[in-house]
Design a protein around this ligand. Structure first.
Ligand code: FCB
Length: 480
């Protein structure tokens, strides 16, 4: 059906776009320091395709997609955005957008099919072309080692529930450092350990589809431990890239002032925020959550917590919405009157400022990046003076308002270092399949044609203005 979409071919350059209304009122532009990094993000499984070629091993997401009922539209990552075969064009697209940085992830089974033992040269060469191609275009590579696509062969040995996987991960991190470490600006160990642990092993909504709370919390511990051990190993190997982790965090609010709702919100904050922040910054798990887990609390070994608390050079935060909790039943997002995205997530930009202020207040955080932020919205194709376009005003104003929220955090003293839009392309949105589109660039999955949406044109214009400000600041300093 995609083929029938009206289309005006993208000519490779972006047009000037008027700012969405939200931006003018927030006027975020003046606060960003010259070194602030503007980027766009993707992940391997969601865009690459080429799932069964070039020597790649299967990942747990290949397996999960093959099991009926797991993915809303019964799709998989076999082709996705066909990025592996369209690398050069996609790199040109990123360059044309005008970002400083591109955040991508490496598919572990593409570079090391079993997750241990032999390396796959075809896979390594692909990422080398990607990284060199970014650098040649003046774009900083931000590499994530684990954006969920664990080699299936490791899952067959227990996956992240098996402490041995921690050591496999460290070997993998060192292997990537040996091949690419000299060219990478920043390495993220894991993307969103909460999602892997909780959705992957407690609710079973994501790969590997396990439903066991004790396993989920053991997995969270092993993910954190492997993060700390990888940091130590990379530093010992003289890795010059900045090292950190990416967490999905939200402010957690109670649905009412009742004692029960307040207690439920406090516990949820413990599981989502403090369960990760406390060990990373204070070498301890939050006691209230630990007590709540009882026999499901993870097994630790001496020294684990100190390893987890190894200092980081930066931390990434993925922010989409707030979380509202009530003790009985589920909070109904339709009651707040806030606009909702296609995912049913409330649009709540001020939650990002609140969250960043809280992290800065409660923890000794390093420079922070928003490593993902964006929205799934319905895309309207409209015919304008210069042809057909995707008029995604909702997405542009979502992004603009959240950039404003980051600006507000900066103004209040939070050490913000960068902001990255999720996502460059429409892509495979995990259990939602291809139905939910987060891209600022539209992908026609039948023709693989890329069409920048109005939000991409807007972001491009915004970035150009940032660049002008930066150049002006530079000139002023030079003159002094
Ligand atoms: C985040 C994931 C990312 C994408 C967005 C919408 O949780 O890191 O891959 O799916 O949500």
């Amino acid at each position: 059906m995609n083929r029938t979409l009206p289309h005006t071919p993208f000519n490779g350059s972006f047009t000037s776009a008027a700012p969405p209304a939200a931006e003018s009122s927030a006027n975020p532009e003046s606060v960003f320091p010259p070194g602030f990094v503007w980027g766009v993000a993707t992940s391997s499984f969601q865009i690459e395709g080429a799932a069964h070629e070039g020597g790649k091993g299967p990942s747990i997401w290949d397996t999960f997609c093959a099991q009926p009922g797991n993915i809303a539209d019964a799709s998989n990552g076999d082709v996705a955005c066909d990025h592996v075969h369209r690398l050069e064009d996609d790199l040109d697209l990123i360059a044309a957008l005008g970002v400083d940085a591109y955040r991508f992830s490496v598919s572990w089974p593409r570079v090391q099919p079993l997750g241990f033992g032999d390396w796959n040269e075809t896979g390594l060469a692909f990422y080398e072309r990607l990284v060199d191609g970014l650098i040649a275009r003046g774009i900083k590579p931000y590499l994530t080692l684990n954006h969920w696509d664990l080699p299936q062969a490791l899952q067959d040995q227990g996956g992240w529930a098996n402490r041995q996987t921690v050591h496999r991960f460290v070997d993998y991190a060192l292997g990537m450092h040996r091949r690419l470490g000299d060219r990478i600006v920043a390495i993220t160990t894991h993307n969103e350990p909460w999602v892997m642990a909780h959705l992957g092993h407690e609710t079973g909504l994501f790969a590997p589809g396990i439903k066991n709370r004790a396993v989920a919390f053991q997995v969270s511990h092993h993910l954190l431990l492997s993060h700390g051990l990888a940091l130590r190993a990379l530093r010992a190997a003289n890795c010059q890239a900045r090292l950190g982790i990416v967490l999905n965090l939200s402010p957690v609010q109670a649905a009412s002032d009742s004692d029960a709702d307040l207690a439920a919100a406090r516990l949820e904050d413990g599981k989502l925020v403090r369960w990760y922040m406390d060990p990373l910054y204070e070498a301890r798990y939050p006691l209230d959550v630990w007590d709540h887990l009882g026999a499901d609390a993870p097994k630790l070994q001496d020294g684990d917590l100190d390893i987890i608390a190894t200092p980081m050079d930066f931390m990434g935060i993925n922010y989409y919405s707030r979380s509202v909790v009530q003790a009985e039943g589920h909070y109904d997002v339709h009651t707040s009157g806030l606009p909702l995205t296609e995912m049913g997530w409330e649009v709540y930009p001020q939650g990002l400022t609140e969250l960043l202020l809280r992290l800065h207040r409660d923890y000794a955080v390093p420079p922070l990046y928003v490593t993902e932020n964006g929205g799934a919205f319905k895309d309207d194709w409209v015919e304008g003076a210069s042809g057909w376009r995707v008029a995604d005003h909702d997405r542009a104003s979502y992004i603009s308002a959240h950039i404003g929220a980051v600006g507000e955090a900066l103004r209040q003293g939070v050490p913000m270092a960068g902001y990255m839009v999720w996502s460059l392309l429409d892509n495979f949105e995990w259990a939602s399949g291809y139905a939910k589109r987060f891209g600022i660039v539209h992908v026609n999955y039948e023709t693989q044609r890329r069409t920048p949406k109005d939000s991409a044109h807007w972001y491009h214009t915004f970035l150009q203005r940032q660049r002008v400000r930066r150049d002006e600041a530079h000139t002023t300093v030079a003159r002094v």
